[in-house]
Design a protein around this ligand. Structure first.
Ligand code: EPZ
Length: 416
């Protein structure tokens, strides 16, 4: 198993391009089942989660090929409507295929996505929404089986603005008979990107980015191309790396508005951040100050996916910064690993109290999950000495060429 070896304490200078968004490309790959035609996806990051989604498409009978940063999909060959346990285990967010399989084929079977590193990952909101649209859903031997000879446009209220449940409902509604109105919908930018793709397929869908999304069901047979939006969490990760070191970094191909809460917090910590159209310039002397509590919440609140990385930056901030993680039950697994670098972090339920500006020293650590692993990279860059990070497969799920990008701005980092 490979390890990332990082020699911290170095200055970072230069340009970092932000690649396409994992959490946008995955639901759009699922949505390509609805096309019943060819989809060309541009700006598609090379991630193990994308590879897993491509494997699922091929299992279902579709063709899917990667050509550089493009993925070409043809879903005319759809011939199966089940996702076996092995493929579900590879990527728990495979539940995002449920709505599209059901809408296109009238049934869908997938093994229950067990927990993951972040704690239990229930799908009750997904299933409740699909039942509302007319699906009959049963659970048998660890699998869920959905059937719907026809789906009907309905009003669907989500008790929590779940990203995945919003996406699954949008996909099922796209082929339903009538109009679906989703209230308390998630407002993340990835919902907006999915709306753009569905519109390209000819679906009348609007309201993405607001709490109410409306989808007019229709018949689809289309071949389209779509360029995936930049990954706001990867951008936040690069900004946190700049904050934790002496740095002058420019991010390109980024949408600053998608990470405004992260930019605001890093500015308060003492970074100098300048935003232009699709660029963000950040400079830091690596000496930061503690800020008001960082409280995660549904978009446009502070993104849970950037909490670990901002905690790594807070290790360099004089004073104590409080973090409150409201989205996932178990998203502090990186704390134990950060303590091995010398971090002073006290945990109390959903609250983490981080007292920074202590000398951090390199040590062997283990990535516990995707964003926790990325946070350890940030912490290692800001620590004196050598850190070896194992469990790199977690990081490869959501970062395309992280070590190459960081090395290009002066980091001493190699995969061994
Ligand atoms: C998406 O996950 C992202 N994944 C996550 O990113 C992200 O953290 C999350 O949204 C929140 O922004 C993808 O888009 C592939 P949710 P998702 O449904 O859809 C509970 C990363 O690091 N819930 O909004 O699974 C759930 O347990 C990943 O890139 C239910 O209770 O998130 C969680 O506590 C991690 N019942 C909360 O809602 C349900 O039916 C938010 O989940 C569904 C969710």
């Amino acid at each position: 198993m490979s390890v990332l070896k990082i020699s911290g304490g170095r200055e970072l200078r230069g340009t970092a391009r932000v690649h396409g968004a994992k959490n946008s490309v995955l639901p759009i790959i699922a949505a390509s089942l609805l096309a019943n035609g060819e989809t060309v996806l541009h700006n598609c990051p090379k991630l193990s989660d994308v590879d897993a989604a491509i494997k699922i498409l091929r299992h279902l009978g579709c063709s899917a090929e990667r050509a550089g940063n493009e993925v070409i999909i043809d879903s005319r060959g759809l011939s199966r409507l089940d996702i076996p346990h092995g493929l579900m285990r590879e990527m728990r967010s495979s539940v995002i295929f449920l709505g599209a399989m059901l809408a296109r084929g009238g049934e869908a079977e997938l093994s229950l996505p067990g927990g993951c590193e972040l704690g239990p990952r229930p799908i009750d909101l997904h299933l409740g929404a699909l039942r509302e649209l007319g699906a009959e859903i049963t659970e048998e031997g660890g699998s869920i089986i959905c059937r719907a000879a026809k789906l009907w446009g309905r009003r669907v209220n989500l008790s929590f603005p779940s990203v995945g449940a919003t996406e699954n409902t949008m996909l099922a509604a796209s082929l339903a008979d009538g109009t679906t109105i989703i209230t308390n919908a998630a407002r993340e930018p990835e919902i907006w990107d999915l709306q753009c793709y569905l519109r390209a397929l000819g679906v009348a869908v609007y309201g993405a980015g607001t709490p109410t999304v409306t989808v007019e069901g229709t018949k689809i047979s289309a071949s389209v191309s779509h360029s995936v939006i930049p990954d706001r969490i990867v951008a936040a990760t690069y900004l946190a790396a700049a904050a934790a070191t002496r740095s002058e970094i420019e991010l390109t191909d980024v949408i600053p508005a998608h990470l405004s809460t992260v930019i605001e917090v890093l500015g308060e910590m003492g970074c100098d951040i300048r935003v232009e159209r699709e660029r963000i310039r950040v400079s830091s002397d690596g000496k930061l100050r503690a800020v008001r509590p960082i409280i995660t919440g549904p978009y446009p609140g502070f993104p849970t996916d950037a909490q670990p990385q901002l905690m790594a930056a807070a290790l360099k901030a004089r004073g104590t910064t409080a973090f409150v993680e409201n989205i996932f039950d178990n998203r502090y697994r990186h704390v134990g690993e950060m303590r091995r670098l010398g971090a002073d972090i006290k945990l109390e339920g959903r609250v983490a109290m981080v007292t920074g500006a202590r000398k951090l020293h390199g040590a062997p650590v283990t990535a516990t999950d995707l964003r926790g692993g990325a946070a350890l990279v940030v912490a290692a860059l800001g620590a004196e000495g050598v850190t070896e990070i194992s469990g790199v497969h977690h990081i490869d799920r959501g970062y395309d060429g992280l070590e190459d990008t960081l090395r290009a701005v002066g980091a001493k980092i190699e995969r061994v």
